[in-house]
Design a protein. Structure first.
Length: 59
C-alpha cells in the first residue's frame, strides 16, 4: 500500500491546489449597446452577433 514518506503541510497542499480553482467568468463591453456580455455569445438585449441580427431584440 502506498504511504507518503512525510506529512504534506496545509500550506504546501494549498499552494499545490491554488491552480485548481475555476476561473472567474469573463465579460466584455459590447461595442454597439455598451452592455456587458460573454465573449463569443449573442447579445440578448439587441439579438446581434458579429454584426448580424440573429434573434429578435427583447423589449
Amino acid at each position: 500500500m502506498a504511504v507518503p514518506k512525510s506529512k504534506i503541510t496545509k500550506s504546501r497542499r494549498g499552494m499545490r491546489r491554488s491552480h485548481d480553482r475555476l476561473p472567474a467568468a469573463t465579460y466584455i463591453e459590447d461595442a454597439d449597446s455598451g452592455e456587458l456580455r460573454r465573449p463569443h455569445h449573442i447579445d440578448l438585449k439587441t439579438g446581434m452577433y458579429r454584426g448580424k441580427q440573429i434573434l429578435e431584440p427583447k423589449d
